[in-house]
Design a protein around this ligand. Structure first.
Ligand SMILES: Nc1nc2c(ncn2[C@@H]2O[C@H](COP(=O)(O)OP(=O)(O)OP(=O)(O)O)[C@@H](O)[C@H]2O)c(=O)[nH]1
Ligand SMILES: [Mg+2]
Length: 343
């Protein structure tokens, strides 16, 4: 491309390093530009608009999903929500329900929504027990898509898409059950799946480690790609960090929503005859690792993969279907079961 402002040609030996090359006008064109100021601008923008982050908990009935939702909100994510001494019985979850908390830290606002789901596995026939969950996830993509394709779309589209789906594995100590394999296989195609070993306090440390290894093998054998997916590591640094996480997945977690006094400090934990299992103590369980992965270290990555990979493939499928001649399924998500497995 020809430019009228092009500087006169300079013999090579007279050329200066870029940072001090003079401009034709004599001022420093390539001096310190101060691009990093953009970081402050981005920070201010994020602080003003805040951001949304959505998690979902899925798994068989009675594995502690609702307890974990409370644990998450009562743990250090948001101490405000904690009410000492409050003893409440968590009823069996019968329908999908979302809890939202706005968390503010150093001026940054996060709207954290956790969607609790009814446990499956109670029926004699558990076929298609994933349908309501998959339908919900796809409905959120559909909502976003409808907003996005409007001619006058909002500057900031409300984001209810599920960024991370925590899948509870029963602490059997054996291998993964076919039901869990099939559920995770379907989920992993449309959402970031973070598997956890539920009620890990029922396993000894050796049992935990062995079970974890078996689950990792099982997932590999059945080509189920859980978060953080190897295919999406961005660079070697990312790979090193994510490899460390992949070694520890599924996290062996314990949930509790009651506080106890331990050495003069209030801690969230499960009181047993033998002592208190502290959920936030890394020596007792891996709940802190789960919380850190979701809310701290990988929050933006979970959001990016949701937007760039899962939502994108939904969008492409959906728009392709709409463009196809003949009746188009305008009223619902694509695919028979909605999980894309039949596409
Ligand atoms: N030992 C142990 N018990 C737990 C743990 N988390 C929850 N529980 C107990 O397990 C029972 C069921 O917990 P919920 O949180 O209601 O389980 P859920 O998965 O939400 O069950 P549904 O709503 O039926 O799907 C309660 O008595 C909890 O106190 C845990 O980490 N370890
Ligand atoms: Mg529940």
């Amino acid at each position: 491309m020809e430019r009228s402002m092009e500087p006169p040609a300079v013999p090579e030996e007279e050329m200066m390093p870029l940072s001090v090359a003079p401009s034709p006008a004599g001022c420093q064109l390539f001096g310190y530009v101060g691009i990093e100021a953009v970081l402050d601008q981005m920070k201010i923008k994020t602080m003003k608009t805040g951001f949304e982050f959505n998690i979902m908990v899925v798994g068989q009935s009675g594995l502690g999903k609702s307890t974990m939702v409370n644990t998450l909100f009562k743990s250090k994510v948001s101490r405000k929500a904690s009410q000492p001494g409050q003893e409440e019985h968590i009823p069996k979850t019968v329908q999908l329900q979302s809890v939202t908390h706005v968390i503010e830290e150093k001026g940054v606002k996060m709207k954290l929504t956790v969607t609790d789901t009814p446990g499956f596995g109670d029926q004699i026939n558990n076929e298609n027990c994933w349908d309501p969950i998959i339908k919900y996830i796809n409905e959120q993509y559909e909502r976003y898509l409808r907003e996005e394709i409007l001619i006058t779309r909002k500057r900031k589209i409300p984001d209810t898409r599920v960024h991370g789906c925590v899948y509870f594995i029963p602490p059997t100590g054996h291998w993964l059950r076919p039901l869990d394999l099939e559920f995770m296989r379907r989920l992993s195609k449309i959402v970031n799946v973070v598997p956890v070993i539920a009620k890990a306090d029922t396993l000894t440390l050796d049992e935990r480690a062995e079970f974890k290894q078996r689950i990792q093998e099982d997932l590999k054998t059945h080509a189920i790609s859980v978060y953080p997916q190897e295919d999406f590591d961005q660079d070697p640094d990312d790979r090193v960090l994510n490899d460390l996480i992949r070694e520890k997945i599924p996290f062996a977690v314990v949930g509790a929503d009651q506080e106890h006094q331990v050495n003069g400090k209030r801690v969230l934990g499960r009181k047993t005859k033998w002592g208190i299992i502290e959920v936030e103590n890394p020596a007792h369980c891996e709940f802190p690792l789960l919380r850190d992965l979701l809310i701290r270290s990988h929050l933006q990555d979970l959001k990016d993969i949701t937007h760039n990979v899962h939502y994108e493939s939904y969008r492409v499928r959906r728009l392709n279907e709409s463009n196809r001649p003949g009746p188009s399924p305008h009223n619902g998500p694509p695919g028979k079961g909605g999980d894309g497995s039949d596409l």
